[in-house]
Design a protein around this ligand. Structure first.
Ligand SMILES: O=C(O)CCC(=O)C(=O)O
Length: 300
């Protein structure tokens, strides 16, 4: 079967796909929920819950020194890597998207991120579009006062907002344009839809999967002493072009193509269009090689 150009759960052919595949009831329920709401909560089970403690222990020294986030702890922490490459999650995502997923980035937080509302389509996009998702894993039970993940069910069906649509009339957006233009425009758009606002009060070892275009962020921290230990896993899918929209210009076709690492192989995945290699800029290839050799988490 050829690879779909639209993730199956977002496709008009969803019903025919489900009828032809005959998935087990849990997988079908996962796909249907992702289609309607753009998110699904999955219990990863007791084995994953045990790994949560190891993942916390592996990253705690960075937080003890004042870090607020640890990016790509998977390079050094077997527990983080194991959670990020959870086989049951791979199966669900492959069924929902019709392409094989690969996790390419992790983010560990000790406290709420208070990150502004956004969709990941502005940070990590693909051609064909929407072949990206987030898997947010609670490393402890999430309390309402601890700045839970916030999201708007159904917002994944809205058109994708680019930097140009956010009012940046330049083919080379600056990093400041994100906070200056994108964040306020995006928040206005979501408020105007009247879509409900949910908070992810999920339990340790549960994962919330979000579709690439689902509006989400970190809600305010009401208890300054609270922790909200979590692991975000960002996934791409096989045989796509991977690029960074923040510094690209889709209107003119100038894409900042990337070579995201696969956590299964440990090295960069070559971007492809219909099976044929697409060349990132030489600078990006060099950065990917250095990254894959050093395997160093980024502490922020
Ligand atoms: O964990 C959070 O509060 C937000 C994470 C997030 O928005 C992201 O990783 O895209």
């Amino acid at each position: 079967m050829s690879l779909p150009d639209v993730p199956w759960f977002e496709s008009e052919g969803l019903e025919a796909y489900l009828a032809a595949q005959g998935f087990d009831p849990q997988t079908e329920a996962f796909i249907r929920k992702l289609a309607v709401d753009g998110y699904v909560v999955v219990d990863l089970g007791d084995a994953a819950r045990r790994l949560c403690d190891a993942a916390v222990a592996d990253t705690e020294p960075h937080f003890a020194k004042g870090a607020t986030r640890v990016q790509d702890a998977w390079y050094r922490s077997a527990a983080v890597r194991e959670l990020a490459t959870w086989p049951a999650m791979r199966q669900l995502l492959r069924a929902a998207y019709g392409r094989d997923p690969f996790p390419f980035q992790t983010l560990n937080f000790r406290r709420g991120s208070t990150q502004a509302l956004h969709a990941d389509t502005i940070h990590f996009s693909s051609q064909p579009e929407r072949f990206m998702c987030g898997v947010w894993i609670a490393l402890e039970d999430v309390r309402a006062e601890a700045g839970p993940l916030v999201y708007h069910p159904g917002s994944h069906k809205l058109p994708i907002m680019t930097m140009r649509e956010a009012g940046v009339n330049s083919g080379r957006p600056e990093p400041e344009d994100y906070g200056r233009h994108f964040e306020p425009r995006f928040a206005e758009r979501i408020a105007a839809t009247g879509l409900p606002r949910h908070e992810a009060l999920i339990r340790k070892g549960e994962a919330l999967v979000w579709a690439a275009n689902l509006a989400h962020g970190g809600s305010p921290i009401l208890d300054p002493d609270s922790t909200r230990r979590s692991l975000v896993v960002h996934c791409y899918f096989e045989d796509c072009v991977y690029y960074t929209p923040l510094v690209s210009d889709e209107a003119t076709g100038r894409l900042d193509v990337r070579l995201p690492p696969s956590m299964r192989s440990g090295v960069g995945v070559w971007p492809r269009r219909n099976g044929r290699r697409v060349w990132p800029a030489p600078k990006r290839i060099l950065q990917a090689v250095v990254r894959d050799v050093l395997r160093r988490p980024w502490i922020g």
